[in-house]
Design a protein around this ligand. Structure first.
Ligand SMILES: [Zn+2]
Length: 332
């Protein structure tokens, strides 16, 4: 990472890496998500089956974007797409865990590889790829959340906007009220994606809770890594947006939305572990925020102000009754 760029605040430079280095991982992610979608029954409030066409693009490395779009209202067909340029940057930032002679997590060598004949892959290779998966899963889950929470239907039907882009629609002219709603949708999508993402991570950790092929020293260590992987994603978004966007909450605010979601997931699903994992995750957040230089993410006063900045989200959710647009989601 280079922090001395003269114009921009910060920049992550994907120098020395080739798109081909990680391209096989992209089809794996697309297949995995489509398999999960095939196990889910999603339907609109009126009961029509929701179709989500999800693509992890491998052909457009110059495009740095991710979006969700409603193709048709009836039948309800939606598109989710993450372009290869964004994947490339996500992959690049995930290499932070790989840098030789720099231990971003000093305990990586305490992890174990539970596979015979693994000479091809080092622990740093595996943990970096795992960080890339977490980042990619988060982006895709955020887009799916926009669909399931009814944001796209509300925007289509009430604001005449047929897609939600994570990077490119910041120049659109919104009224102050529309902007407030759009920003609330982004925070709400993060909140939902954050809960799903913990579920995905639990799945990666497997039955024993510390990993199947790659074993973390403990669950606290696993979640420390999880927090670092998320902070890396928000550091990337900080670079790509230069914190200038008006539709998305600031990357540091979004980070704490995801940490609150982690707390909620544990309270609902693994309450016995909540305090230990959540408190350590918050502590890790402060450390990782500092190491990745995520602006306003590691000083206590800034964190309190973050929380206050997002208090409007629940007001908006109530005022526009977005729950009436929400899709139903069950597993088959
Ligand atoms: Zn979004």
């Amino acid at each position: 990472m280079n922090t001395s760029n003269n114009k921009k605040l910060f920049i992550i430079q994907p120098k020395g890496y080739k798109y081909q280095d990680f391209e096989p991982l992209l089809s794996h992610i697309e297949d995995y998500f489509n398999m999960i979608l095939s196990f889910l029954k999603i339907s609109t409030p009126s009961g029509n089956p929701t179709v989500i066409e999800l693509t992890v693009d491998i052909f457009n490395p110059e495009k740095i974007s991710a979006y969700a779009k409603r193709i048709t209202k009836d039948p309800p067909v939606y598109q989710v797409r993450m372009n290869a340029g964004l994947s490339f940057y996500l992959w690049t930032v995930s290499r932070t865990f790989w840098i030789p002679d720099y231990e971003i997590l000093p305990w990586i060598e305490e992890c174990k590889i539970n596979v015979k004949n693994h000479q091809e892959y080092s622990k740093k290779d595996i943990i970096s790829d795992c960080a890339f998966l977490i980042g990619s899963y988060y982006i895709l889950l955020h887009e799916i959340a926009h669909i399931v929470l009814g944001h796209l239907d509300y925007l289509n039907d009430e604001m005449n906007l047929d897609y939600l882009s994570e990077f490119q629609d910041e120049q659109k002219q919104y009224s102050a009220e529309e902007l407030r709603i759009r920003k609330a949708f982004e925070a709400e999508a993060d909140r939902q994606a954050g809960q799903w993402l913990v579920g995905f991570f639990e799945n990666l950790l497997g039955k024993n809770g510390i990993g199947e092929y790659f074993l973390f020293p403990s669950r606290v260590h696993a979640y420390e890594f999880y927090v670092y992987a998320i902070v890396a994603v928000f550091r990337l978004l900080q670079d790509l947006t230069q914190r200038e966007g008006v539709i998305h909450p600031k990357p540091n605010e979004r980070l704490y939305v995801l940490i609150a979601s982690l707390s909620k997931y544990f309270k609902q699903n693994i309450p016995d572990e909540h305090d230990e994992i959540y408190f350590h995750a918050v502590k890790s957040c402060l450390e990782a925020g500092k190491k990745f230089f995520l602006i306003d993410s590691f000083e206590p006063l800034d964190i309190i102000l973050n929380a206050n900045n997002l208090a409007f989200v629940d007001d908006v959710v109530r005022e526009i009754n977005i729950s009436s647009y929400q899709h139903n989601l069950t597993s088959i």
